[in-house]
Design a protein around this ligand. Structure first.
Ligand SMILES: *[C@@H]1O[C@H](CO)[C@@H](O)[C@H](O)[C@H]1NC(C)=O
Ligand SMILES: *[C@@H]1O[C@H](CO)[C@@H](O)[C@H](O)[C@H]1NC(C)=O
Ligand SMILES: *[C@@H]1O[C@H](CO)[C@@H](O)[C@H](O)[C@H]1NC(C)=O
Ligand SMILES: *[C@@H]1O[C@H](CO)[C@@H](O)[C@H](O)[C@H]1NC(C)=O
Ligand SMILES: *[C@@H]1O[C@H](CO)[C@@H](O)[C@H](O)[C@H]1NC(C)=O
Ligand SMILES: *[C@@H]1O[C@H](CO)[C@@H](O)[C@H](O)[C@H]1NC(C)=O
Ligand SMILES: *[C@@H]1O[C@H](CO)[C@@H](O)[C@H](O)[C@H]1NC(C)=O
Ligand SMILES: *[C@@H]1O[C@H](CO)[C@@H](O)[C@H](O)[C@H]1NC(C)=O
Length: 298
């Protein structure tokens, strides 16, 4: 997924805000590295400015602003949102075609992804845990005939990801790189967590009614990945051991939707996308924490 993205984000004010508002009852216990909380008084136009917790410029349809792509759905905040935070919904439609700087329009995808970090920030060293919570919008469902990649840590060379969460029918193009095992037989209705080689390391059913909380710990020194999960307000539990994973190369945390085509050869520039789509994913509890010393907010 070629993409140009050199950017600097202003995290400090958000981290300060989050600390000031944090309550002892919050499950967030570890030092925050990147903070993606959306304060309840935030307006949509905030996301078009450098005051956004995410990049105002990436990764979205070429003619669209974040303030037109995002919504504030009327749902309760997730487990990892502060009492003063609210959920945010990322949407895609027929206009969600990304034009990378210096490239050509990626007409194979419909995509919109909130981007955190610049690829060489503190979330790329030590031991870090990437948190997100997601829930479904009944009015704007995914079409699981397609493959989706909705949250991922994209390598700086854009040739892959340290991890991702995918849904729908997996394309043969996304089979694990180190084996001939295909992922296409997997039930389309499952969330699938993929490692750097596109091996599926864990799956769970998509919940169409409530929040689902995910966390992935990347240990950059030991080159391991570990997955945590819970539903609703429950505490996270480890659902894998620390698994070997090549975490090198740096990358950026992206949270949104990337709908891949069907009937495709190269995925990025060809294939079939149905028309008149209106799809969304609701997110909350977006942050990266420092898990050195084994600290994981559960
Ligand atoms: C986004 O793009 C605008 C206009 O090119 C630029 O002024 C701004 O610094 C960019 N922001 C980030 C975070 O890259
Ligand atoms: C939201 O509230 C915070 C804390 O009271 C304040 O610092 C900030 O400026 C407000 N933001 C907006 C967009 O009103
Ligand atoms: C997609 O959504 C954006 C933002 O609301 C809107 O400006 C655009 O016209 C929509 N495109 C289509 C094809 O509906
Ligand atoms: C974006 O706008 C340009 C100029 O009007 C147009 O040529 C292009 O087709 C638009 N792209 C999309 C995805 O709508
Ligand atoms: C990336 O962000 C970090 C932390 O804000 C900063 O120290 C570093 O200079 C940035 N790197 C680039 C290439 O912008
Ligand atoms: C995968 O398939 C190719 C072509 O059939 C074969 O050469 C290779 O040995 C296979 N690799 C594994 C790991 O089975
Ligand atoms: C990384 O490996 C070192 C040395 O084996 C070990 O002491 C440490 O606990 C490991 N870190 C994690 C998070 O497992
Ligand atoms: C789902 O996607 C396929 C392929 O694009 C399309 O043929 C089908 O009509 C879609 N189904 C729904 C319910 O939108």
């Amino acid at each position: 997924m070629a993409k140009f993205s050199i950017k600097t984000l202003l995290f400090a004010s958000w981290i300060a805000l989050s600390s000031a508002h944090r309550k002892d009852s919050s499950p967030i216990k570890c030092p925050i590295t990147l903070w993606g909380g959306v304060p309840s008084n935030a307006t949509l136009s905030l996301f078009d400015t450098n005051a956004s917790p995410f990049s105002p410029n990436y990764t979205k349809g070429m003619n669209l602003t974040w303030s037109s792509i995002l919504r504030f759905p009327s749902v309760k905040p997730s487990r990892f949102d502060l009492p003063s935070d609210k959920a945010i919904e990322v949407t895609i439609n027929d206009s969600s075609i990304f034009l990378p700087g210096g490239g050509k329009p990626q007409i194979g995808f419909r995509r919109a992804g909130l981007l955190m970090g610049n690829g060489s920030d503190a979330s790329n060293v030590g031991v870090k845990t990437f948190h997100w919570s997601v829930r479904q919008d009944k009015e704007m469902k995914m079409n699981l005939t397609h493959e989706y990649m909705n949250v991922w840590h994209e390598r700086n060379d854009y040739a892959g990801n340290q991890f991702s969460i995918n849904a729908g029918v997996m394309l043969v193009q996304d089979k694990p790189t180190d084996s001939n095992v295909s992922t296409t037989g997997l039930d389309r209705r499952l969330w699938k967590i993929l490692d750097r080689d596109n091996d599926v390391v864990w799956t769970t059913e998509i919940d169409w009614d409530g929040w689902q909380n995910f966390a992935v710990t990347l240990d950059y020194g030991n080159n391991t990945l570990q997955v945590y999960y819970s539903s609703g307000q429950e505490s996270l539990k480890a659902v894998t051991d620390p698994l070997p994973n090549d975490n090198s190369g740096g990358g950026q945390y992206q949270i949104g939707m990337a709908k891949k085509p069907t009937e495709t050869l190269g995925v990025v520039y060809d294939g079939f996308q149905e028309s008149n789509i209106h799809e969304g994913q609701i997110y909350g509890g977006i942050f990266v924490e420092d898990s050195s010393g084994g600290c994981i907010s559960k």
